[in-house]
Design a protein. Structure first.
Length: 258
């Protein structure tokens, strides 16, 4: 049995408090400063797996820790998605990708069920994005001059997925990222769970990033969930019908892996 590191022995509540404080800085950071925070997140996730999964020192038998892990993971993913949406397409999104790869690596290694739940949730978000993208492409010219009435109408016309959820927003379509947090957590609230989208450029940016992320997880999907493989393939094929060259190119790479 491998010896436990000092990091693995650390109380996860202490680490979560650090993340809580740094989360505020991440959302206002720009450029290199943002990358610095993202790199720190990747290192912390790898060094303290107990913040994501149960460990011998900090098992999931504690319902409080078990719930906090789910809430924390969702809070971190939501913030990474918002960072992606706020960066320019030509900016390197590697920091955001590395955080997600670190999360997925820990989950696959120590809790495949948690990995499946997270990736399934992201695929469902990806489906919602594709529906939003279709709507925005159809109304792109009108949206530039649209008022709240037209935007509200556009929201209500977005249907076709059992888990699909959007909210009305004065400046676009608010698309849900993760599952709605059922109970308020004293450390991590359910804030930032809607991504407001008002043009196709922002939607495509997030789609490109999600497509790249799914490409990194294909081999794991094939091992643990054929259903996920089929869902990812369906979204990718749907995605090919729209978008610019970069999105189409990343989608083709993903389909080649599938």
């Amino acid at each position: 049995m491998a010896a436990k590191t000092a990091g693995e022995l650390k109380d996860p509540n202490i680490v979560w408090e650090v993340f809580k404080n740094v989360f505020k800085n991440l959302m206002v950071a720009k450029g290199p400063e943002c990358d610095k925070y993202l790199n720190s997140f990747s290192q912390m996730v790898s060094s303290f797996p107990q913040i994501l999964v149960g460990t011998p020192s900090w098992p999931d038998s504690s319902s409080e820790l078990n719930t906090r892990r789910d809430v924390f993971t969702a809070a971190l993913v939501r913030r990474v998605v918002h960072v992606v949406s706020g960066r320019k397409m030509e900016d390197e999104l590697g920091g955001c990708m590395e955080v997600m790869k670190a999360i997925c690596s820990i989950l696959v290694d120590k809790s495949p069920n948690r990995w499946t739940k997270l990736v399934t949730t992201l695929v469902e978000f990806w489906v919602r994005l594709s529906v939003v993208a279709e709507q925005l492409y159809q109304n792109e010219d009108s949206l530039e001059m649209a008022g709240p009435d037209l935007l509200s109408h556009s929201c209500h016309s977005l249907t076709g997925q059992d888990s699909f959820t959007v909210a009305e927003a004065g400046q676009g379509v608010a698309c849900r990222i993760m599952e709605v947090q059922q109970e308020e957590d004293v450390v991590f609230s359910g804030e930032l769970n809607f991504l407001v989208l008002k043009d196709t450029e922002v939607v495509e940016k997030v789609q490109v990033w999600l497509t790249r992320l799914m490409t990194t997880q294909v081999s794991v999907m094939a091992k643990y969930s054929n259903l996920l493989v089929n869902k990812v393939r369906d979204v990718a094929i749907r995605q090919l019908e729209m978008g610019e060259a970069q999105l189409k190119g990343e989608t083709m790479k993903l389909l080649a892996e599938l």
